[in-house]
Design a protein. Sequence first.
Length: 241
Amino acid sequence: MVYQIITKEGFFKIYSGLTASLLRQATYSTARFGIYETLKDFYVEKSNVSKPSTAVLLPMSMIAGALGGLVGNPSDVVNIRMQNDSSLPTEQRRNYRNAFDGIYRICRDESAGTLFRGLFPNLVRGVLMTASQVVTYDIAKALLVDSFHLDASKKSTHFSASLLAGLVATTVCSPADVVKTRIMNAKGSSGGAVSILLNAVKTEGVGFMFRGWLPSFIRLGPHTIVTFLALEQLRKFKLGM
């Protein structure tokens, strides 16, 4: 796929929607990670425990994921449209110049409400992603340290735990990701999440929910690893953590 895009459309096409993707990370990711760490620190401070249990971490991550999905939905709509633009017929392409142009034109030509199209599956995905990603990372890190006696401060430990978190997150989030993408990329009124899901299952089978798992992991795996390695360094040097 990468080879075909580069040879047929040019090298920079593999970075289609980069501004929207950066804006999404600057809203969605910072919100969910920031809220999760804040809730976790608040609980540790109030309850005087060093490690919150999974039963405590899970609802914290779900709240953080839902709020992150809400904050990041507008940039996610623009991101998906920009990335999928070249697959549309020429007359249907939107040709947004950047993320902010996309947001402006959506509000002007459609409505501000369009920026929150697919909000429900995006909230579900935010909950699933954050719960599977951050909780899996915390559990995997604790397991590697307690059971395999790895050094909690070593980057190799952080790398291993984040790789496991990326695998789990990709698998758990795949169904919500597929439905969310179809809704956000749709033109006009194409039905809600349930009708799109039922129609896809009817015409393509249940397996459609895991379509694109490998490219999703190729994206989410390194993304998760880099994110947690960076977070651990921020925590080490007490920069905002």
